[in-house]
Write a protein of this length. Structure first.
Length: 482
């Protein structure tokens, strides 16, 4: 039994005329002799050539698309077009049969919608081989970036009793029998009889717990799943997604923006350097899709050019107030082309506004700062009111082309009196959040942090257009398959 060699290694070798063994899945079987085999180590297949005249016919019939095979043979330079090497088969074993008539992934182009329905098999396509290799590379780069900077990786709880965003769109966690929920005399749920003795949810963010650790370690980050019970059936929303959330003591808003921009550029550069084959494939795929669009809707840059453009340009930084002025005076707003017109200061910016600023006005990534306090979370540091008496907070959002908001963060409110006042205004119970307020009572310090939606990052780097195609098994309204 020869040791298995990965397809990627063989396609890169110049060491010919040696016996090798490859194990993988059949992509195609042509003319009863050319087997295209893929083992997942690369997008590319290796061709194995079998002598069908001296091979049992029953065995040949089992070489079908999707079947798992082990092939042993002599690795030679290919005389045909399309590949540098091929294997002249001396031995073939069918490890796992695949019924050709029932296997959903036939050797033809399938729509992404169809592939979502068979997400358990879509990994075997070139598109998703590329997407999830890039996802892996980006995740590795995130950890490497923070590790090299001396950050502590913190595992924050997935089950929590707090709502970091105050939005209330959370999944409940309970061991109650839904048909027999214990009630108090007033009809409310008696959570004292539940597993945790109180109402608990799946986390929407690890930020609050991250802040606690930052006040001891200085710099920490979380990277884990978060959950939002938001009934948004769009190409940009998921109910379960991954967040990267660093928290840094002694950071102000400028430090926060600098770190976020540095992180984004680092991980994009890492993907370009380590996933060039995958990005080239996705670039070609995206270019073919672009040809089907009207000229006015086509992107000015191909995928790799877009990624390099983000690396080569400093992100544009401006305040929310400056952005509102630009949007109010913009042609789409004046011609009433925005679905949500911008009339007054204080409006919550929508994706169409964010993309206009990035793609049409500045034509590069944008960082917006100092948002109205009314549309932001309780923990953001409050600025002094401006000349018009308008209240803002030291928030920052990073907007990317094709995506809109990819990062949201702020300098945190470290002043106990200001934080308690804001929480009271937003009717957040102080007693239940006493543990959080302790960091302001005992040795408070300026600190800041942000959240980077990992799937939106993968969406941007891969050029995919639906967020359900950059996470292995998407969780969306009315959909929790696999």
């Amino acid at each position: 039994m020869f040791k298995r060699t990965k397809v990627r290694q063989l396609l890169e070798t110049t060491h010919y005329n040696r016996e090798v063994t490859v194990k993988g899945w059949v992509r195609t079987f042509r003319n009863n002799q050319f087997i295209a085999i893929n083992d997942g180590s690369t997008i590319s297949n290796i061709q194995a050539v079998i002598d069908f005249t001296n091979t049992d016919e029953a065995l040949l019939k089992r070489i079908t698309t999707g079947a798992c095979v082990s092939v042993t043979g002599n690795l030679i330079e290919s005389v045909g077009k399309g590949q540098q090497v091929e294997i002249k088969v001396t031995g073939l074993e069918i490890i796992g049969d695949s019924d050709a008539e029932k296997f959903p992934l036939q050797p033809k182009k399938h729509s992404l919608e169809f592939l979502r329905e068979i997400a358990h098999l879509r990994f075997r396509t070139n598109t998703f081989n590329a997407v999830f290799k890039i996802r892996h590379a980006l995740a590795f780069a995130v950890h490497q970036f923070f590790n090299d900077k001396g950050f502590v990786y913190l595992h924050t709880p997935i089950i929590t009793s707090s709502d970091a965003e105050g939005a209330g769109e959370m999944f409940r966690v309970s061991t109650f029998d839904p048909d027999h929920v214990p009630r108090n005399e007033d009809g409310s749920v008696n959570y004292k009889e539940d597993f945790f003795g109180k109402a608990t949810n799946l986390t929407v963010s690890g930020q609050l717990e991250g802040e606690l650790a930052a006040m001891a370690f200085g710099e920490v980050y979380t990277f884990g799943p978060t959950f939002r019970a938001e009934n948004s059936n769009t190409t940009r929303h998921l109910a379960e997604f991954w967040m990267i959330e660093p928290e840094m003591a002694f950071f102000d808003l400028d430090d926060n923006m600098d770190l976020a921009e540095e992180l984004l550029k680092y991980v994009i550069k890492y993907a370009i350097e380590n996933c060039f084959e995958e990005l080239e494939f996705l670039k070609t795929r995206l270019s073919e899709e672009e040809k089907l669009k009207p000229q006015t809707e086509r992107s000015e840059l191909d995928l790799l050019a877009k990624l390099n453009f983000c690396l080569d340009n400093d992100f544009e930084r401006l305040t929310y107030t400056e952005a509102i002025q630009i949007l109010k005076n913009s042609k789409p707003n004046q011609k009433k082309q925005f679905k949500y017109p911008i009339d007054t200061w204080g409006a919550d910016l929508q994706s169409e506004h964010e993309r206009f600023l990035v793609e049409k006005y500045f034509k590069k990534p944008v960082i917006l700062t100092n948002y109205p306090s009314e549309i932001k979370a309780f923990y953001m540091r409050q600025n002094e009111p401006d000349e018009q008496g308008r209240k803002t907070v030291r928030a920052m959002d990073i907007l990317f082309p094709g995506i809109g908001e990819i990062v949201g963060g702020s300098q945190r409110e470290e002043r106990l009196d200001k934080l308690e006042q804001r929480m009271a205004e937003m009717e957040i119970p102080l007693q239940e959040m006493s543990w959080y307020l302790d960091t302001r009572r005992f040795g408070t310090a300026p600190h800041a942090g942000f959240g980077l939606g990992f799937e939106r990052l993968v969406l941007f780097v891969t050029g995919m257009t639906n967020i359900r195609d950059v996470i292995p098994f998407p969780r969306t309204p009315k959909n929790a398959e696999f």
